[in-house]
Design a protein around this ligand. Structure first.
Ligand code: GRF
Length: 213
């Protein structure tokens, strides 16, 4: 069985989607950098241990990263899942957990790394938008891509309507990536790109009628 620590900062709906998907993943704890994160109460209500490493209580990024790394290492997870975790982690931290840390980002990377992705997608006039689950590397929102889900951008979309359409896809692709991890089907091809080994049934995720809302 694979074990994980899930990192959140707020609502925690991706964490919830992962837990509710019943992938066989053992969630050792949910850790937030904000004590008020709503996702903490939800996790605690499900009997999942919770921890807070408050970034405001740590003077420097290095001090925060160091404390977070200690908390995580004490839990000895196989993997770390960033799910709406809104802190950039330093290179030292990322190297410590290299190839063991996934993130979900609300755009079709490499388009729109960083913040305000839905607003920027609308401004750019793209016709397809979406979300990406990727390994975390020291470069922001730039690691090897595991899975993406696409949605159309519709006439009349606002930042909110587009965000909601993308979020529904996030809730499908993150549990999918976790399932592949649990099944040990993710491998790094030479050159660093991720490939998912097929089982009898193809579960490769790509732009197709079934994931365009
Ligand atoms: C999601 O859109 C995630 O992709 C982004 O922040 C949002 C967090 O939502 N990084 P939640 O906390 O998982 O509900």
């Amino acid at each position: 069985m694979k074990s994980a620590v899930i990192l959140i900062s707020g609502r925690g709906s991706n964490m919830r989607a992962i837990v509710e998907a019943k992938t066989g993943l053992e969630v050792r704890a949910v850790v937030s950098n904000r004590p008020e994160a709503a996702g903490l109460a939800w996790a605690a209500g499900r009997g999942i241990p919770t921890r807070v490493v408050d970034h405001r209580a740590h003077g420097t990024r290095e001090a925060f990263d160091g404390k977070l790394a200690l908390e995580i290492e004490a839990l000895r997870p196989d993997i770390i899942l960033m799910a709406g975790f809104m802190r950039v982690l330093g290179e030292g931290f990322v190297r410590r957990f290299e190839r063991r840390m996934l993130n979900i980002h609300p755009s079709l990377l490499p388009a729109f790394p960083g913040l305000h992705t839905h607003r920027r997608a609308l401004e750019a006039g793209v016709k397809l938008h979406g979300a990406t689950v990727h390994y975390v590397t020291a470069a922001l929102d730039n690691g090897p891509i595991v899975v993406q889900g696409a949605v159309p951008v519709l006439a009349g979309d606002t930042e909110e309507s587009l965000a909601a359409r993308v979020l529904a896809v996030e809730h499908r692709i993150y549990p999918q990536a976790v399932r592949w991890l649990v099944e040990d089907r993710i491998e790094f091809a030479p050159g660093g790109v991720v490939q998912v080994r097929r089982s009898g049934v193809s579960t490769d995720w790509m732009v197709s009628p079934r994931n365009i809302e």
